[in-house]
Design a protein around this ligand. Structure first.
Ligand SMILES: Nc1ncnc2c1ncn2[C@@H]1O[C@H](COP(=O)(O)OP(=O)(O)O)[C@@H](O)[C@H]1O
Ligand SMILES: [Mg+2]
Length: 156
């Protein structure tokens, strides 16, 4: 469990994920509206090197926003409004992943398997107190979770 009492602590978690993520990784973000999923993604993209003048909008309606930062491809999705799993195929997220993009998917829990599995799940609880729990559904995701936890420890 990672306490997220302040935006700064969420930013620290985002930096830890940014530092450990590799091409093809799937990060699923869950937690109710306002939990901080988009905030975390924004901080993560900044940590990866997205220039401050490039805006990060919530993909609530677009469903997917694509970024290329320092030759790394990242797709930020919000599947809250996705009708059903068949629509997912049209979004092409799995294809992007196969091509090496890192997928950051809000509300992605129901689609984890359809996105290829082996996901790092970041479950944010609004609380109070606000917290994050990490879990992994595959070998690569488990390694990613371990690296993130090591880097995000509050004492670090
Ligand atoms: N510790 C924190 N971590 C993340 N967001 C926080 C925190 N404290 C306050 N906030 C605020 O909570 C809101 C989270 O909104 P958002 O990231 O859009 O949520 P979600 O995408 O989960 O619906 C933002 O306005 C953010 O500034
Ligand atoms: Mg959001």
């Amino acid at each position: 469990m990672i306490p997220l009492p302040t935006r700064r602590s969420t930013t620290r978690l985002a930096r830890a994920i940014a530092g450990a993520a590799e091409p093809g990784d799937l990060v699923v973000l869950s937690g109710e509206l306002g939990a901080g999923k988009t905030f975390l993604v924004r901080a993560l993209l900044r940590a990866m090197g997205l220039p401050a003048d490039e805006r990060v909008t919530s993909p609530t309606f677009a469903l997917v926003n694509d970024y290329e930062i320092r030759r790394r491809k990242i797709a930020h999705a919000d599947l809250y409004r996705l009708g059903d799993a068949s629509e997912l195929e049209h979004l092409g997220l799995r294809d992007r992943r196969a091509e090496g993009a890192i997928l950051l998917v809000e509300w992605g829990e129901p689609y984890e398997a359809a996105l290829g599995g082996d996901a790092l799940l970041v479950r944010i609880e609004l609380g109070p107190p606000r917290t994050a729990r990490l879990s992994a559904s595959g070998e690569r995701a488990a390694r990613l979770a371990a690296s993130v936890l090591a880097a995000a420890a509050p004492s670090a």
